[in-house]
Design a protein around this ligand. Structure first.
Ligand code: ATP
Length: 235
């Protein structure tokens, strides 16, 4: 296994207000890592920092061996970070197929199979049924599938899912969890934020818990005892 992403004591501000106070996180190739913590603890800010949308003021960040601490967002994307942000982001006036095609990028991952339209449609058969429809006409769940499909079309080395199942109907959530399990089997590295621990914990290799912008737990899901869960996750 090789190290794909490494964050070392990163700190991030919004203007004068500090949101991250020392986040440590690493992802080995092929791993699924869960980023956890109660509301407002810094999960989305950590993701924004990785993607270059919020600049870190201290600490170090390496992706695939490249120092990304000061890189522009589009350059980090080109290195192979595929983000599925909170809320759904697709082009509502384009069809499903057009949305997928505009996101397509060459596969530079030697060890992962290439993503194309047919592979995304096989992962999410609902998208194949809606190929010619504009994204605006899709249900919330279908738009989420399309957003994940768009990120996969970039052939990411690392897929980041920020609350991908939030606010969706149970049946659609299940379809998305099935897809995530399939991605894991196919060797896709994933950083995931999700509140559904029942689905999340069985599939993750490693958990990182944030408390007030700082990493307070970094270990296997099995090492997260009830005391830790209660103290940092409130369950
Ligand atoms: P949630 O689960 O609610 O999405 P989170 O763990 O993702 O929470 P963040 O959204 O990263 O947490 O927020 C971390 C801290 O940064 C919080 O104190 C929040 O109020 C603050 N924050 C987030 N976004 C901004 C912003 N745009 N401007 C100022 N402060 C912000």
């Amino acid at each position: 296994m090789s190290l794909l992403l490494e964050l070392n004591a990163i700190e991030t501000f919004y203007g004068q207000s500090q949101a991250l106070f020392g986040v440590d996180l690493s992802i080995q190739q092929g791993q699924i890592v869960a980023l956890m913590g109660r509301n407002g603890m810094g999960k989305t800010t950590t993701i924004r920092s990785i993607c270059g949308m919020s600049k870190i003021s201290a600490g170090a960040m390496y992706f695939a061996g490249v120092d990304i601490a000061t890189l522009a967002s589009h350059k980090i994307g080109r290195l192979g970070v595929g983000l599925v942000p909170e809320g759904r982001r697709c082009f509502s006036n384009l069809t499903v197929t057009e949305n997928l095609l505009v996101a397509a990028r060459e596969n530079t991952n030697n060890d992962l199979a290439t993503w194309d339209l047919s592979r995304v449609e096989a992962l999410f058969p609902r998208l194949a049924e809606r190929r010619e429809q504009s994204a605006a006409t899709l249900s919330g769940g279908e738009q989420q599938m399309l957003t994940i499909g768009r990120a996969l079309m970039t052939n990411p080395k690392l897929l980041i899912l920020d609350e991908a199942t939030e606010g969706l109907a149970p049946v659609v959530r299940q379809e998305i969890w099935q897809a995530i399990k399939r991605l894991k089997k196919e060797g896709q590295s994933i950083l995931i934020v999700d509140k559904t621990l029942k689905e999340l914990l069985p599939i993750v290799d490693h958990c990182v818990i944030l408390e007030r912008g700082k990493t307070v737990f970094n270990g296997a899901p099995g090492a997260m005892d009830s005391h830790i869960q209660q103290q940092f996750l409130g369950i």
